[in-house]
Design a protein around this ligand. Structure first.
Ligand code: DC
Length: 221
């Protein structure tokens, strides 16, 4: 079966996960949050007390189960959505996701999931690396302050304490690290549609993407 793949990339706080989740609901596709997978692996490594600086210590990924159900990631049958958003995981995930072995193993799983069902997949390297043949590719951006404010509100909802200044710094350093790393750095695919969401409502962004996809379906993409 040829599946429909919608790739959504962009930096932290550009609105990817909120938008991707809603787009998936509109089309009744599975939402795959690849950032959550990198976070979950970081969590598991920390829980098992392995040395995060040892790239060769991540073979356990091969024995790890990932399932997405209604946008929620289950790792080894456990809902890890809250645990993967803690400061501790956020502070280490850039390092873990910079390892070639980790990326290689997770990308393989991501491709398998996209082969088996229609997906909206969000991340940093989806359009140009994980799903280079995706029919629809979007790259969401927003200025740093807007992104920090969004993370701040998300954290408040989750009961996580943070200051806006700290979040601005965290986002800047994560952007710099993610876009300059050696393996699969953050960047748009050449054929991605770039959307600056700074001054857009969530609904407008979702509608922009939905319209493009419906146009594509109409013209038989
Ligand atoms: O989107 P997020 O903040 O949950 O992503 C967590 C980290 O994982 C972030 O530092 C970038 C990394 N990541 C990645 O390298 N490749 C992806 N496809 C998705 C996320």
């Amino acid at each position: 079966m040829k599946t429909v793949q919608i790739a959504i990339d962009g930096p932290a706080g550009a609105g990817k996960s909120t938008i991707a989740r809603l787009v998936a609901q509109r089309f009744n596709y599975t939402y795959i949050d690849t950032g959550a997978m990198y976070r979950a692996i970081t969590l598991k490594a920390m829980q098992s007390k392995i040395d995060l600086h040892d790239e060769n210590a991540f073979d356990f990924i091969d024995q790890t189960r990932f399932d997405f159900n209604n946008g929620i990631l289950y790792m080894d049958d456990n809902d890890v959505s809250d645990l993967i958003r803690t400061r501790a995981v956020s502070n280490h995930v850039s390092l873990v996701s910079s390892y070639f072995t980790v990326r290689h193993k997770l990308v393989e799983r991501q491709r398998q999931m996209a082969d088996q069902q229609n997906v909206v997949m969000d991340g940093r390297d989806i359009g140009y690396h994980v799903l280079p043949h995706a029919a629809y590719k979007f790259y969401l951006t927003a200025d740093v302050l807007t992104r920090a404010k969004r993370r701040f509100s998300e954290n408040q909802l989750r009961g996580i304490h943070s200051s806006l200044e700290e979040l601005v710094e965290e986002i800047k350093s994560r952007d710099a690290f993610d876009s300059t790393r050696e393996h699969s750095p953050l960047r748009p695919a050449n054929d991605a549609i770039i959307i600056d969401t700074s001054a857009m409502t969530i609904e407008t962004v979702v509608l922009t993407i939905e319209t493009k996809v419906r146009e594509g379906e109409y013209y038989g993409v």
